[in-house]
Design a protein around this ligand. Structure first.
Ligand code: GAL
Length: 852
C-alpha cells in the first residue's frame, strides 16, 4: 500500500543575464557539449612518463630559475585517434562539465576499497569537443588560453592533434596557451585524464570536475593571476592599497602600455561594481619587451574603508579593482581585468589567538573534503553554498580546505559569506601515504603547484593562512624541517602577508618542522590523543611563546545520524568499539550519542574542555563538517565517512547542536537526544542528553522531573544517564543565568502513515546548475518523523527538470546515487533536483513509499 503521495512544485526562473562582455577580454564557458569515454585499461599507450617532458614546461610561469624546455620532435599522442578531428565520437557519452564520471557508480568498483569510496574513479578518461574560433580572433593577434579549474588527474590537452601541455595535480587550477595551435573555424579539443588505483586516502572523484574556460584577449594583457593587492596599512580612517599588475606581452614586438586601476565597492551578490569610483591608482606606463612580462607597482589610499570580517560580529565587505590596459595613448582598452579583494587586518597572537580588525575572533572551523555528497566531486555552486550556509547556521566561521586547493568559487563564497579559510595544498610530500599519491611527482611539481595555488588565491580576504601539508610523515624527522622550509619560503615569496603552517599530528615542540612554521597547527595531539588529556598544547606554547597555536584538525568524532547504541559510556569521550563502546560492527553504524571517536580522536566535549583549559589556543578546525565519500572509519566495508557533524545528504546529526551550543552561545536552543520511540526498551535505562548553551536544565519524563542539573566547569552537555524508558514524552527546560533559555521536547511516535515533502528552495534558476534539495520525511499520523523508518521511497518529477541524485546519509547504503528509489534512513531521504538549462515553468516532484 503506498503511503500518501505528496508533491512539491518548484518554480523555475530565468538566470540573470550575463554581465556585458568586459572590453578587450572574453571569458567563455566551455562546460557544454563534450563527448566522453572512460577506459579501464589504457587505450592509447600514453602515460605520465611518456608525456612528462612535454607537460613539465606548462608550469614555467611558476618556477624560478631555468625554464623547462619542450623537447623537439613530435609529441607523444599526436597520432592517437582521439585527438584527431576525424575520429567519430558519436558513440561516446554526451556530458557537460563539471563532470565526475565515477559518481554514478556502481559501488564496489573493482580495485577501489572503502578508503577511496568504492566508486569507479580509476581509469583513463578522454573528453572531446569542438571549439569554434572566429577568424578575427586569430587575425587580430589575440592570445587564446584554456583555463581548467580542476581535472582529476594527470591532465594532458591536445588541440587540433597537437599536444599543448598538461598538469598532473588533480586539485590545482591551470592555464594552457592554445594560441600556437588554434585556427579560424572549428578546432578539436581533446583532453586526457588518468587516475591510478590507490591514489588517495579519500574519494578523489574523476574527470573534469570543475569549470573550463576559453579566454580570448589581446596578446598584450594582464597575465594569469596577474594582479596582487595587499593592504600594508589599515585603520578605520584609511587603508593603503598596494597593487602589482603584471602585464604579459606575447607579441613579437615590444609594447608600451598604460595601466589604469579604479576601485569600487563590490556588490557580493551580483559580483559587480557598485556606486562611484572610490579610489584610482596612479596611471602607469610601462614598456613590455616582446615575449616578456613586466610588473607595475602602485598604491592608493582608501578613506573610511569598509572592513571584511567574519559574521556575526563583523561584515564581509568586498571591493573590486578594475584594471584597464591601453596601448599607450590609444583610447580603446586592450584588456580589462577585475580583482575582487577585501580590506582587513589580522593579528596572529600567541596568547589571544586571532584578532581580525583588532577584534578577537575564535576559530570555529570545520575541515571538509571536496566532494558534495551524492553529487560527487563535480563542483556545484549551490551545493557548496548550501553546505556553507548550514555551517554558518551552526555558528562556524572557518574552513580548512583539507587537504587540497578548493574550487575557485568556494573561495568567492567564503569571501562573500565571511568564512576564514585555512587554504591547504598537500596531503603528502616525498613520502607516500598511498602508493600512487602525489609523492610520485612531488619533486617536480611542489614548486609550480604551490606558486600557482598561492597566486590564484592570494587576493581572497577569506584566506587567512596557507597550509603546505597535512600529517606528512616527514614531520618527525629532519626532512620535515628542510622540506617544510623550502615550501614555507616559496609561500612567503608569493605572499609575504600570510603565515604558513603545516597540520602536524606527531611532530613535537622543538622538532625541525614545528620550528619553521609560522602557526603551530596541531592535529589531535594538542588536546591529547584519544581519551588522554595530556596533550601538547602546553609544551608548544612554552617552546614557541610568540607563535599562535590552533587545532588544525580536531575531534574526528564518529556517528551515524539517528542511530543510538546502548549502553552509553559514562565518560565524556570513548574509543569506538563493539556494542558496549558505541559501535555496531554488524550494521556498521556508530552511536549518535556523540561520545565516540577512533583511537586518535575524541568527542567534541573533550576537545572543548582541552581548548578551554589552554585558553591561548586560537580555536579548532573540526574533522569534519560534512560526511564525505570514502574513509569509512571504523567500518572499511561501508561507502562513506562517519566523521561529519552533518551527514552526506545534508541532514544534521545531533552533533550539529553540540557545536551550535558552543559556537552560537547567544542563540537560545536546546536539543534532546535520543529519539523517544523504543518499543523494545520499555523498562530499560535509556540515557537522555541535552545540548544547549544554557547552564542549568531540568528534564521531565512523562511530566515528572528527572532532576535539575547544573553544568560544571568543562561540562558541555546535560546528561540524565539513568532514565528508564517508557513511551510518552520528554521535555527539557533550560536556564541561562537563572532565566529560562530554551525548551525542547521529544515524544514517542506512531507507525509510518504518510510522507512529508519539503524543499530548501522552491524557486530555482534554469542556468543548468542551480539545484533544489528535496527532503522526504516518513511521518506518523500526527506528522511526526518516524525516527527509524526505512521505507523505500520512489521519487519522480514532471516538467522541465530532473532528479540528479538521491541519498539518505546512511554510510552503508550502496544504492547508486542517481537511483530514483532510495530507502529512507532514520526517517529521511533526499532528492536533488535541477531545472533543465533554459527551461521555464514549473517542476513537480513527488514521492511514494511502500509501508514495510
Ligand atoms: C587525520 C587526517 C584526515 C583524516 C582524519 C580522520 O589524521 O589528517 O585526513 O584521515 O585523520 O580521523
Amino acid at each position: 500500500m503506498p503511503l500518501f503521495i505528496p508533491t512539491i512544485a518548484l518554480i523555475i526562473k530565468s538566470p540573470r543575464a550575463d554581465a556585458a562582455a568586459v572590453v578587450g577580454r572574453e571569458r567563455i564557458s566551455l562546460n557544454a557539449g563534450w563527448r566522453f569515454s572512460r577506459f579501464t585499461s589504457n587505450p592509447d599507450s600514453l602515460s605520465y612518463s611518456t608525456l612528462k617532458q612535454w607537460i613539465l614546461p606548462s608550469a614555467n610561469d611558476f618556477i624560478k630559475g631555468a625554464e623547462r624546455q619542450r623537447p623537439s620532435g613530435t609529441p607523444p599522442g599526436n597520432s592517437v585517434n582521439y585527438v584527431q578531428a576525424s575520429f567519430d565520437d558519436s558513440a561516446w557519452e554526451a556530458v557537460n562539465l563539471p563532470h565526475d564520471w565515477a559518481i554514478k557508480g556502481p559501488f564496489n568498483a573493482p580495485g577501489i576499497g572503502g578508503g577511496m569510496g568504492r566508486l569507479p574513479s580509476n581509469g583513463v578518461g578522454w573528453y572531446r569537443r569542438k571549439v569554434t574560433i572566429a577568424p578575427d580572433d586569430i587575425e587580430a593577434t589575440k592570445s587564446i588560453f584554456l583555463d581548467i579549474d580542476g581535472a582529476m588527474s594527470y591532465t594532458a590537452v591536445w588541440l587540433n592533434g597537437n599536444l599543448v601541455g598538461g598538469w598532473p595535480y588533480g586539485y590545482n587550477s591551470f592555464r594552457l596557451d592554445l594560441t600556437p595551435y588554434a585556427k579560424a573555424g572549428d578546432n578539436l579539443l581533446a583532453i586526457r585524464v588518468d587516475n591510478a588505483l590507490d591514489s588517495s586516502r579519500w574519494y578523489p572523484g574523476a574527470g573534469i570536475y570543475r569549470n573550463v574556460w576559453l579566454i580570448k584577449v589581446d596578446s598584450t594583457h594582464v597575465g594569469q593571476y596577474g594582479t596582487y593587492i595587499t593592504t600594508p596599512t589599515v585603520s578605520t580612517q584609511s587603508a593603503t592599497l598596494s597593487l602589482v599588475v603584471e602585464v604579459e606581452n606575447q607579441k613579437n614586438t615590444s609594447r608600451q602600455v598604460d595601466i589604469v586601476t579604479e576601485v569600487y565597492e563590490l556588490d557580493s551578490m551580483t559580483r559587480k561594481a557598485r556606486g562611484d569610483v572610490i579610489a584610482t591608482f596612479p596611471r602607469g606606463t610601462i614598456k613590455v619587451a616582446a615575449g616578456a612580462k613586466q610588473a607595475f607597482n602602485s598604491s592608493v589610499t582608501v578613506m573610511n574603508p569598509l572592513f571584511w570580517g567574519p559574521p556575526p560580529t563583523q561584515k564581509p565587505n568586498l571591493y573590486v579593482a578594475i584594471t584597464t590596459l591601453y596601448a599607450s595613448g590609444a583610447p580603446t582598452a586592450m584588456d580589462t581585468y577585475e580583482t575582487h579583494f577585501g580590506i582587513r587586518s589580522i593579528t596572529y597572537d600567541a596568547n589571544k589567538g586571532l584578532l581580525i580588525n583588532g577584534q578577537a575572533v575564535r576559530v570555529q572551523g570545520t575541515c571538509n573534503h571536496h566532494d558534495l555528497g551524492s553529487l560527487g566531486s563535480a563542483f556545484n555552486v549551490r551545493a557548496a553554498e548550501r553546505q556553507l550556509q548550514m555551517l554558518q547556521e551552526m555558528g562556524s566561521n572557518a574552513l580548512r580546505t583539507s587537504h587540497n586547493p578548493p574550487a575557485p568559487e568556494l573561495l568567492d563564497m567564503a569571501d562573500r559569506l565571511g568564512f576564514m579559510v585555512l587554504d591547504e595544498i598537500f596531503d603528502c610530500w616525498n613520502n607516500q601515504k598511498t602508493k600512487n599519491d602525489f609523492h610520485l611527482i612531488f619533486t617536480d611539481w611542489r614548486e609550480p603547484d604551490l606558486r600557482s595555488f598561492i597566486r590564484r588565491d592570494r587576493n581572497h580576504p577569506s584566506v587567512i593562512a596557507w597550509s603546505v601539508g597535512n600529517e606528512v610523515s616527514e614531520q618527525s624527522g629532519a626532512s620535515g624541517g628542510t622540506t617544510g622550509q623550502v615550501l614555507r619560503d616559496i609561500a612567503r615569496s608569493e605572499d609575504p602577508t600570510r603565515p604558513v603552517t603545516v597540520a602536524m599530528n606527531s611532530a613535537s615542540a622543538g622538532s625541525s618542522l614545528a620550528d619553521i612554521v609560522d602557526i603551530e597547527g596541531l592535529n589531535y595531539q594538542g588536546e591529547g590523543l584519544g581519551t588522554s588529556t595530556s596533550g601538547s598544547f602546553p609544551s608548544f606554547h612554552k617552546t614557541y611563546p610568540n607563535k599562535m597555536i590552533w587545532s588544525s584538525e580536531s575531534s574526528s568524532a564518529l556517528s551515524t545520524r539517528g542511530t543510538y547504541i546502548f549502553p552509553v559510556t559514562s565518560g565524556n569521550s570513548a574509543t569506538v568499539g563493539g556494542a558496549s563502546a558505541g559501535g555496531n560492527p554488524t550494521a556498521m553504524q556508530v552511536s549518535a550519542y556523540e561520545l565516540y571517536a577512533p583511537s586518535w580522536g575524541s568527542s567534541p566535549d573533550k576537545v572543548f574542555g582541552q581548548q578551554d583549559r589552554n585558553s591561548f589556543v586560537a580555536g579548532e578546525f573540526v574533522w569534519t563538517g560534512f560526511d564525505y565519500i570514502g574513509e569509512p572509519t571504523p567500518y572499511d566495508s561501508a561507502r562513506s565517512s562517519y566523521f561529519g557533524i552533518i551527514d552526506m545528504a545534508g541532514f544534521k546529526k545531533d552533533r550539529f547542536y553540540l557545536y551550535q551550543s558552543r559556537w552560537r552561545s547567544e542563540f537560545p536552543m536546546a536539543h534532546i537526544l535520543p529519539h523517544w520511540t523504543w518499543p523494545e526498551r520499555v523498562g530499560q535505562v535509556t540515557p537522555v542528553h541535552v545540548f544547549s548553551a544554557a547552564n542549568e536544565a531540568e528534564l521531565f519524563v512523562n511530566g515528572k522531573s528527572a532532576g535539575r542539573l547544573k553544568k560544571a566547569q568543562y561540562d558541555y552537555r546535560f546528561r540524565w544517564d539513568n532514565v528508564t524508558y517508557q513511551p510518552g514524552d520528554l521535555r527539557v527546560v533550560t536556564y541561562k543565568n537563572g532565566a529560562q533559555w530554551a525548551v525542547d521536547t521529544k515524544k514517542t511516535v506512531g507507525d509510518a502513515a504518510k510522507l512529508n515533502i519539503s524543499a530548501d528552495r522552491t524557486t530555482i534558476t534554469s542556468d543548468g546548475s542551480d539545484l533544489s534539495f528535496i527532503t522526504v520525511a516518513v511521518v506518523d499520523s500526527n506528522g511526526d518523523t518516524v525516527p527509524r523508518a526505512s521505507n523505500a521511497i520512489t521519487f519522480s518529477t514532471s516538467g522541465p527538470g530532473q532528479i540528479v541524485s538521491t541519498d539518505n546519509g546512511d554510510p552503508t547504503d550502496m544504492t547508486a546515487f542517481p537511483s530514483l528509489s532510495r530507502k529512507a534512513f532514520s526517517g529521511l531521504a533526499l532528492a536533488i533536483v535541477r531545472a533543465n538549462a533554459g527551461a521555464s515553468g514549473k517542476i513537480t516532484v513527488s514521492a511514494t513509499a511502500d509501508v514495510n
